[in-house]
Design a binder for this molecule. Structure first.
Ligand code: PEP
Ligand code: MG
Length: 754
């Protein structure tokens, strides 16, 4: 049974389009269950009809024609009940409805199982038997299991089929492909398909005839790729901040480092020709990265592949083909690398659509930093057929439209115009203070690290840094950075923003952020060895980080330190005593270090209920709503299957924040919010009503949040919060805040979100 199931699902997954998939299903089901008829009825939502979409046993010419209302007949009954309907003599059932076109007259036994995806009925799988008989339990559970597994495959096949029909029809249709939001914004333009410049995987092993010549050829190619990368980095340096440019440094480091080059040379010396040796080395490095649990690091495998292809291209001396670059290029590819992006002049790059990857892929990180809309992970995209096609990429929702109908196009053009107007309008708030109309200041700080989301001008924005994720420099290395190295990094950040405050968060690895040189394998990493827990178990790492932070602030005195993932008071006490120890040692060494303000992040529910004890020990609180939402609602923040349940405007999250603010204020301790919620205009209305003291967000959200702050009085937002807390559903709360933004003339700030 299991084998049959697996085989059918595999075959269906490999089907070129929806019809192909459905035909395979009915054929395989008919033979595996030994029935007289197997059919699939799909629900056409617009028409409210079930349409016979594939059959083995009924008349083939009825496919696409035979229809039933969505609650008609036994098929409608399966849909209504959302469970199998198993009837020994269908024609005598009161719900039976005879469909003339199918010629189904002689069939009696009926078993229908619903095909359900994400709680929605997509269709019904039906088997029929000529004789009067009830299907047995095994048959029923086989079909139920199969239908559950097929739902996803049917959705995928439907999506790629839609694209095929969009490409083959002269009058275009609206075909939406689902991906993941990579970088916000809407792009409309022409697809430029990028593909690997050389197919490294296809290179065979071959005995080197002249080893020295092979080594020379390889080393010359490495040097050429190094020059190319430096060139891209120079071009990008005008528009990217240092943290982003570090990506190119990392690539150069890989090339300069011993392993990649030296290992290839060694393989050549052992007898393989240069291309074969390169293929072997790259494959080995790729497999190391692909095995890593951390999604950020797994993505680095594609950087290694990219390097390999580039070197191969140079070795093969294929001059780069000159391709047409459209004025509104939407870069499309199976796997787009950061350097492929860098090859397109920025004034021509409208958007990015990538079949693989996620928002933590390098290319998405760069897109965010450059303000270019991006959609990642569009699995069903027939990449090779898209060159020159009109593409709409909706980076907010993760939707892609190929050959959009004029209606869809107009809708998105309108959205783009509104965005441009909004950006223009937002410029007006640039130099203005972040103060409510009734005079309450709400400082706006920046979240920085790798995803700073802005150009070099980022340092002039905001009232300081509310969250510097120090794990980022740790992630970019191949060992723990030493105290001196950290000192340099932190000093740069403190200097860039001085005299404005900069909050350095101590190392927050674990969960989905794993250091390549410090792997931790756990069944539940988000509930495991994370954040402060690692720091306290390794005081030597923690102490050197604190010493570097304290030394970096000498003469600037704009440092504040923040501790992540604190779940108990004892953790805080130990951390505080280590900070005191580091401070004391530096003073003893004659360094004029100040003891900076120290705060903790509130991101674990247990901390929400210990504010009083914690408030006596710290100077401030910052609520990490990304993790707090995940832990309060028990919803993995990285799992797309439960993404619809991850809602920062959930009443429980709002009440937790209210509790933290209320308690902290009793002790005169300020509360900031530094999760993504602080950059979400509707949620900002709630946070202002909750009377948080400041907000910290990525630079790309700063202007719109400031606009919200400057548009509503304290009384208004407090009144709104009362209304919001009277609601029970997160969706209703978001709708309330969205309608307030719209009424306030800030409709452009309303966006999709949970
Ligand atoms: C948070 O959890 O809200 C937060 C800001 O920390 P991170 O996203 O780095 O876990
Ligand atoms: Mg966190």
């Amino acid at each position: 049974m299991l084998d049959t199931l697996r085989r059918i699902v595999q075959e269906v997954n490999a089907a070129p389009d929806l019809q192909g998939a459905l035909d395979i299903i009915v054929e395989r089901v008919k033979s595996s269950v030994a029935v007289d008829v197997a059919s699939v009825y799909l629900l056409d939502e617009e028409q409210g009809q079930f349409v016979l979409s594939a059959t083995q046993g009924l008349r083939k010419d009825a496919v696409g024609k035979a229809q039933l209302g969505s609650s008609e007949g036994l098929v409608g009954m399966v849909c209504e009940r959302e469970e199998p309907v198993n009837i020994e003599d269908a024609p005598s059932h009161p719900r039976y409805r005879f469909i003339h076109e199918t010629g189904e007259d002689p069939y009696h036994g009926f078993l229908g199982v619903p095909i359900i995806q994400h709680g929605k009925v997509l269709g019904v799988l039906v088997v029929r038997q000529r004789k009067v008989r009830k299907f047995d339990e095994d048959e029923e559970s086989f079909l139920v299991t199969l239908a559950a597994q097929l739902a996803g495959a049917i959705t995928h096949a439907g999506a790629s089929g839609k694209v095929t029909s969009a490409l083959t029809q002269t009058e275009s249709v609206s075909a939406a492909l689902r991906g993941l939001p990579g970088a916000p914004g809407v792009a409309i333009g022409q697809a430029m398909v990028v593909y690997p410049p050389a197919n490294l995987e296809a290179i065979p092993d071959r005995v080197a005839v002249d080893t020295d010549l092979e080594v020379n050829n390889f080393e010359a190619a490495v040097a050429a790729v190094r020059d190319d990368l430096r060139d891209y980095a120079n071009r990008m340096s005008a528009v990217l901040p240092a943290e982003e440019l570090a990506l190119f440094d990392a690539l150069l480091l890989m090339l300069g480092g011993d392993s990649l080059v030296a290992e290839t040379v060694q393989r050549i010396r052992e007898g393989n020709w240069a291309a074969g040796a390169l293929r072997e080395t790259i494959a080995q490095h790729v497999s190391v990265f692909e095995a890593m649990e951390d999604s950020y690091l797994r993505e680095r495998a594609s950087d290694i592949r990219d390097l390999g292809r580039r070197i191969l291209t140079h070795m093969q001396s294929h001059p780069a083909e000159s391709v047409e670059i459209y004025p509104d290029t939407v870069l499309v590819g199976e796997d787009i690398s950061a350097s492929q992006l860098a090859e397109i002049p920025l004034d021509r790059l409208a958007g990015i659509v990538c079949a693989s990857g996620s928002s933590s892929s390098h290319v998405a990180i760069l897109a965010q930093a450059l303000g270019i809309p991006a959609v990642m992970g569009v699995n069903d995209m027939p990449v090779s057929r898209l060159e020159g096609r009109t593409i709409i990429a909706d980076g907010y929702r993760g939707d892609v439209f190929v050959n959009p109908s004029s209606l869809v196009r107009e809708e998105f053009l309108l959205l783009q115009t509104q965005e441009t107007e909004l950006t223009e309008a937002l410029k007006n708030v640039a130099g203005q203070p972040s103060v409510t109309p009734d005079g309450v200041p709400v400082p706006l700080y920046l979240n920085i690290g790798l995803v700073s989301g802005g150009g070099t001008e980022v340092h002039s924005e905001g009232d300081g840094v509310g969250l510097y994720r120090t794990e980022v420099p740790f992630l970019m290395q191949d060992r723990f950075p030493g105290e001196e190295e950290q000192l340099r990094i932190y000093r740069n950040a403190l200097q860039a923003f001085a005299p404005r405050p900069v909050t350095l968060r101590t190392l927050d690895v674990g969960g989905d952020k794993m250091l390549p040189y410090f792997p931790v394998h756990e069944d539940n990493p988000f509930l495991g060895w994370r954040g402060i827990r690692i720091s306290l178990d390794h005081p030597e790492i923690f102490l050197s980080q604190i010493r570097a932070m304290l030394r970096a602030s000498v003469g600037l005195n704009n440092l504040t330190i923040m501790l992540p993932m604190v779940s108990s008071v004892s953790e805080l006490d130990i951390a505080m005593s280590l900070i005191d120890q580091a401070h004391g040692e530096l003073l003893e060494d004659g360094m004029p270090v100040h003891r900076p303000p120290i705060g903790i992040m509130i991101e674990v529910p247990s901390a929400v209920y210990q504010i009083e004890a914690i408030a006596r020990r710290v100077d401030f609180f910052s609520i990490g709503t990304n993790d707090l939402t995940q832990y309060l609602l028990a919803v993995d923040r990285n799992n797309s299957r439960v993404a619809n349940l991850y809602q920062c405007l959930h009443p429980a999250v709002l009440r937790a924040i209210r509790q933290v603010v209320g308690e902290a204020h009793k002790f005169g301790k300020p509360v900031s919010v530094c999760g993504e919620m602080a950059g979400d205009p509707a949620a900002v209305l709630a946070l202002l009503g909750l009377e948080v003291d400041s907000l910290s967000m990525s630079v790309s959200n700063l202007a719109r949040v400031k606009w919200v702050v400057r548009s509503f009085t304290r009384n208004e937002v407090v009144g709104l919060l009362d209304q919001a807390l009277a609601l029970e559903e997160p969706r209703a709360i978001r709708d309330l805040y969205n309608s307030v933004l719209e009424q306030g003339g800030l409709g452009g700030l309303v966006r999709a979100g949970n």
